[in-house]
Structures are given as structure tokens and as C-alpha cells.
Design a protein around this ligand. Structure first.
Ligand code: GDP
Length: 317
């Protein structure tokens, strides 16, 4: 059993690679829900949607979110009706939000709604929200505190970031299956997702960090940072705001209490030698995912690394 922790578009690319090489019934995906928000009265879960669409083959390859070939008639009509339209929802994508919201209104949990939606779209892998309770990523800026989608989509992540917090995290519980998926896996992978706002909310759910630290499986992360920049998106600013260096050293720091191996880009090989990392090993490879073959290669690299020394020592007794 392979368990992967993931967030949005960077994570979805990695999961796309994994689905090409791991049998569906052996893959569990634990997904960030810190970006979830209410939109037009519907419950939208952007990261669960991206993972569901990538696994069902529906994800738009051009946009990296939403449904391929979707139309936007409803969005246009909402604009004409004077509603907010900064968050783009395609017409087929809207059906997902309608079904999820209907199931939640009937009293189902987010896990149950996620399972129903994914099964109906033919997904065989197990997708677990990190929690069934609401945990909201809040980004503090000079213009006030924003939800993640306000910061990221509405305001194009242009605001200076002063703080990041996960409202509701301390009262939340991991969704059913999350802890077990981490502790019984043969390998736990951390996708090259934003360490602060995609993986950070999952780690903020009580019990998750402990499960990662205590699992007997190797925990392997693929770096979203190459050199001193994120491959894409606002990870650099968010890491700085959390006091993390924008480099593989910062990624290691974010995961230091549970990580065994960080897969870094080969251009970081020299720098990796200087990173003080305790028991964490850094292995270098080409971790850029431009094509589907790249995605499979990066996923295969993360899965085929020699077992980390610390795990070998544990196994030896
Ligand atoms: P997003 O922030 O909602 O787009 O979603 P994620 O948190 O999943 O992904 C963003 C992270 O993925 C960013 O920090 C990027 O630097 C990283 N990323 C995107 N594409 C790649 C890639 O091809 N390779 C690697 N290693 N990281 C990537």
C-alpha cells in the first residue's frame, strides 16, 4: 500500500505519475482541504476536485484544474446576474460541487461525499480528505486576513504574506482511515506540493505528524523547491512568512520530525551536501514534471529509492 499526501496542481501532477505505475487498489491519497470554500452556496473542495479529476482522466491538461473541455455558461450567467465570478467554475465542474453539496446537506461526511463522487466518476484509488471537519487556511496580509482562495485566485497571490494559520485545526480530527493509511503503508510519499498551504494543513490535523513520525514505512518527499525558487506558485512567499528558508533546507525543516528522504533536483546536489539534516537523506534526480512520462519517472524515482538507512537500521533490530 502506497500513501501519498498532496495538495493542488503540483501534487496532482505527481499523483498522475503515480496512477500510471501503482495499481489503483494499492494507492491512498490524503488530500488538503484547507482551501475548501463556499461558492454560490455550494461546498467547493479544490484540491479534492483536482485529484478526483486527475484520477478519472477528467482534469483539464491546459488549466491544471477543472474539467477538460468544460464550458462556462453558468459562470457567464452568474456574472449577468451580478454575482461574484472571480472563482471560475465550469459547467461540468459545477455538477461535482452540486452533488457534493447535496450529499453534505443530506448529512453525509466529506469523506463519504468524496467517495461517492469519485466512485461515480470511476476512480478506483482511495481519496481521503485530511479531516471531515472544516479546517481553513487563513493568510494574513496588510490588507487583512484572506481565505486561501481569496489570496491565491481573487488577488493573484500578490499581497505580502505576514502570517498563515489553519483555523479549526486544533479541534479537528483526521478523517477515518487517514492515520491507518499512514501507519500501515509500505511507503508514504509527500507530493511536491506547497509545504505551507498544501501539506501544512494536513500536518496541522492532530495526530497526523505523530503518525508520520511513528510509521515503519519510509517517508519520502519530492521537493517543490529547486534552487531558491518554487517551480510555480506562491510557495516561496509563504515559506518565508513561516520562517522557512526558500531552498531544500527549508523543505527539510518543514518535514524534519518525520522525513527520511527528500528527493531534490539534481542541480541542488552540491548545495545538498551543506544542508544540516539529522537523519534525513537527500537524493538528487530530475524532478521537473513537464510531460506524462516525466510524471511517471518522478513517481517511480520516489518509489524506487533504496530504503533509507534509518529504516534499514530499524529492520535490523
Ligand atoms: P497549488 O499551489 O495549488 O498549485 O498546488 P500544490 O501545492 O500542489 O503545488 C504547487 C507546488 O508544486 C509549488 O510549490 C511548485 O513549486 C511545485 N511544483 C509544480 N510543478 C512542479 C514540478 O514539475 N516538479 C516539482 N518538483 N515541483 C513542482
Amino acid at each position: 500500500m502506497i500513501t501519498v499526501l498532496t495538495g493542488g496542481t503540483g501534487g496532482a501532477k505527481f499523483v498522475d505519475g503515480l496512477r500510471g505505475i501503482v495499481p489503483a487498489e494499492e494507492l491512498t491519497i490524503i488530500v488538503n482541504t484547507g482551501d475548501d470554500h463556499d461558492w454560490w452556496g455550494l461546498y467547493v473542495s479544490p484540491d479534492i476536485d483536482s485529484i478526483t479529476y486527475v484520477l478519472s482522466g477528467l482534469l483539464s491538461p491546459e488549466r491544471g484544474w477543472g474539467v477538460r473541455g468544460d464550458t462556462f455558461h453558468c459562470l457567464q450567467q452568474m456574472k449577468e446576474l451580478g454575482e461574484e465570478t472571480w472563482f471560475s467554475v465550469g459547467d461540468r465542474d459545477l455538477a461535482t460541487h452540486l452533488l457534493r453539496s447535496k450529499l453534505l446537506a443530506q448529512g453525509r461526511t466529506l469523506s463519504e461525499a468524496t467517495r461517492t463522487v469519485s466512485e461515480r466518476l470511476g476512480v478506483k484509488q482511495r481519496i481521503l480528505p485530511m479531516s471531515d471537519q472544516r479546517v481553513e487556511t487563513r493568510v494574513g496580509t496588510p490588507n487583512g486576513e484572506l481565505s486561501f482562495e481569496e489570496y491565491f485566485v481573487k488577488r493573484w497571490y500578490q499581497d505580502p504574506v505576514e502570517s498563515v494559520r489553519f483555523a479549526g485545526a486544533s479541534e479537528s480530527e483526521p478523517a477515518t482511515g487517514v492515520i491507518e493509511a499512514i501507519t500501515t503503508a509500505t511507503a508514504v510519499l509527500i507530493a511536491p506540493s506547497n509545504p505551507v498551504t498544501s501539506i501544512g494543513p494536513i500536518l496541522a490535523v492532530p495526530g497526523v505528524r505523530e503518525a508520520l513520525a511513528n510509521t515503519s514505512a519510509p517517508v519520502v518527499a519530492v521537493s517543490p523547491i529547486i534552487g531558491t525558487a518554487a517551480v510555480s506558485g506562491p510557495a516561496a512567499n509563504l515559506m518565508r512568512a513561516q520562517g522557512l528558508e526558500v531552498s531544500i533546507a527549508g523543505v527539510v525543516k518543514a518535514y524534519e520530525d518525520f522525513l527520511h528522504v527528500l528527493v531534490a533536483h539534481e542541480s541542488d546536489a552540491e548545495f545538498a551536501k551543506s544542508v544540516s539534516i539529522g537523519k534525513i537523506e537527500i537524493q538528487c534526480a530530475d524532478i521537473l514534471m513537464r510531460t506524462i512520462d516525466d510524471r511517471k519517472r518522478v513517481a517511480a524515482t520516489a518509489l524506487s529509492l533504496p530504503r533509507p538507512k534509518i529504516i534499514q537500521e530499524q529492520a535490523a533490530g
